[in-house]
Design a protein around this ligand. Structure first.
Ligand SMILES: O=P(O)(O)O[C@H]1O[C@H](CO)[C@@H](O)[C@H]1O
Ligand SMILES: O=c1cc[nH]c(=O)[nH]1
Length: 236
């Protein structure tokens, strides 16, 4: 048992999927895994372990934002021996090159958070994905015929869902940033600190330019392509 996760030692697999939404974690576990057990319900941030094609894998909700992600990820890495993590999240498209329901494989994550500014005392660390996971996810997307709908590139992990400075987000788009979410920068940084592997795979849930959006039920229960791509990248 760690401070925020009530799993016993050995109950969490070395490979973990992390959606922000704990109810998406429950849907993933019961839809894609076999022999599922729930190992934690602390604060409603559900965690499950099961098997996929015979391999043990866990699914742990991260909550929203980098501070919440960092709490669960620190405990997974420090206290449960987790070695690879794929975030399976939703994101907002920032450019017309990307459409709602497209997939974004985040090769790196910019951020407006102060977490890494404090960690690196003002140096600009570049949080990046594990190349093997990224390549595996891209291969899996191509094999499923999703090449036209899959984008590899930069995202921004923002502390603000309701941005007070959309002008600054637009500047990032000028430098190639595709989409916005809220956790990948902390995931990549902490994984690097612990010599673990990490990737973020997102499904576009809404479009910041066109205003198109998906429903709560769709965000929770229909983003299955990214889950299968993440499982194949991590375990196949
Ligand atoms: O759908 P999840 O994985 O939670 O990801 C996105 O959705 C939340 C905001 O609605 C933030 O956590 C953001 O990163
Ligand atoms: O952080 C997020 C996630 C989904 N959509 C957004 O616009 N922002």
């Amino acid at each position: 048992m760690s401070t925020h996760i009530s799993a016993a030692p050995g109950q969490i697999a070395p490979h973990v999927l992390m959606p922000g939404d704990p109810l998406r974690a429950r849907w993933i576990a019961h839809t894609f895994l076999e022999d599922v057990e729930c190992y934690s319900e602390v604060r409603g941030m559900l965690g499950f372990t099961g098997t996929w094609r015979g391999e043990r894998v866990s699914v742990q909700g991260s909550g929203m934002g980098q501070p919440s992600m960092a709490i669960y990820l620190n405990e997974l890495l420090r206290e449960y021996g987790v070695r690879s993590v794929v975030r399976v999240g939703s994101c907002g498209a920032l450019t017309e090159k990307v459409a709602v329901r497209d997939l974004v494989l985040a090769s790196g994550a910019c951020t407006d958070s102060s977490m890494n500014r404090i960690r690196f005392e003002g140096l600009d660390y570049a949080p990046v994905a594990d190349f093997g996971l990224l390549r595996g996810a891209h291969d899996a997307a191509l094999a499923r015929g999703l090449g036209d709908r899959t984008h590899v590139g930069l995202i921004v992990s923002s502390d603000s869902f309701y941005s007070p400075r959309p002008d600054l987000t637009a500047r990032l788009v000028d430098y190639g940033v595709l989409a916005v979410e809220m956790e990948a920068s902390a995931l990549y940084t902490l994984a690097a600190e612990h010599q673990a592997k990490a990737l973020t795979v997102c499904t576009v849930s809404d479009h910041v330019i066109t205003g198109e959006e998906t429903t709560t039920q769709e965000r929770e229960q229909t983003f299955g392509d990214m889950v299968e791509i993440a499982l194949e990248a991590m375990l196949a």
